[in-house]
Design a protein around this ligand. Structure first.
Ligand code: NAP
Length: 244
């Protein structure tokens, strides 16, 4: 049985990636975080045997530990881990041109969810991941993580947290590559946000749908490269490599 765990799977890219891995034949553990979204439940009706929604708040160590226990009751291994969950901020946290960063509590929250969340998940899930054959860790980052290319002003917290995430993944690779773990850092493009009824926000400046970005991610997430043991690339939905 091939198994994957995907965080932030209530909607958007996370939910679309759940669907892709189910179609590939994986048993998927889908991180549920939002109370008012029922799209995972709808998907569970289509895939009653191989989709397992699990409550998972990546900011909470207790929640990750409980999710790991739930997974371990069903399988003794995880082949793939996908970190998709992100705190992008609500209206109180919207991007203001020229805004200086400082709301320390929100900055801390962004780092806690977006950077530390993925790291804590890997740490806690490691015993299951070590028993997996694939040992593939896929992390959804962002174009804002590229110190070289990103153009944003304002929204310091989200941008800083995604850059910190990249460094965490680099260090995970340095630490775990000798055990056969390989990594993918993905830049999914500007996607429309998904609403509780499944519909999507207007296109505005968006470049791609979550479903299409998930389809584009799959060959990147499932491929093997000869330099996988030491090279880490930030790859976007078009397959282009970003400096970071
Ligand atoms: N959308 C874009 O244009 C874009 C561009 C570049 C990169 N990305 C990255 O792509 C990924 C998916 O984006 P998306 O647009 O599909 O986002 P999304 O619809 O907001 O999905 C992310 C999910 O993670 C949830 N989440 C927040 N805090 C969490 C926590 N502590 N534990 C578990 N889940 C939590 C979010 O819930 P809440 O809604 O309550 O926060 C949300 O349901 C994210 O990593 C994002 O940073 C997105």
């Amino acid at each position: 049985m091939k198994t994957a765990l995907i965080t932030g799977a209530d909607r958007g890219l996370g939910l679309a990636l759940v669907r892709e891995y189910l179609n590939l034949g994986y048993t998927v553990f889908a991180g549920r975080f939002l109370a008012d979204f029922h799209l995972l439940d709808d998907l569970k009706k289509e895939w009653p045997d191989t989709l397992h929604p699990v409550q998972l708040d990546v900011e909470s160590r207790a929640s990750i530990l409980a999710a790991a226990q739930e997974v371990a009751a069903i399988t003794d291994h995880l082949d793939v881990f996908v970190s998709d969950a992100a705190y992008m901020g609500g209206p109180e946290n919207s991007r203001v041109k020229g805004e200086m960063p400082i709301d320390e509590s929100l900055l801390e929250k962004a780092v806690a969810v977006n950077a530390l969340g993925a790291l804590q998940c890997v740490e806690i899930l490691l015993p299951l991941l070590r028993k997996g054959e694939e040992k593939r860790l896929c992390i959804v980052s962002s174009e804002v993580s590229s110190v070289t290319l990103m153009q944003r002003d304002g929204d310091f917290r989200y941008c800083m947290s995604k850059t910190a995430l990249n460094v965490a993944v680099r260090m995970l690779q340095n630490t775990l590559a000798s055990e056969g773990f390989t990594f993918r850092l993905y830049q999914p493009g500007w996607m429309r946000r998904q609403q509780p009824d499944g519909s999507f926000t207007q296109w505005n400046d968006c470049q791609i749908n979550a479903a299409d970005s998930a389809k584009a991610a799959i060959p990147i997430f499932t491929s093997r490269r000869p330099d996988d043991a030491y090279k880490l690339e930030l790859v976007d939905y078009l397959g282009s490599v970003w400096p970071f």
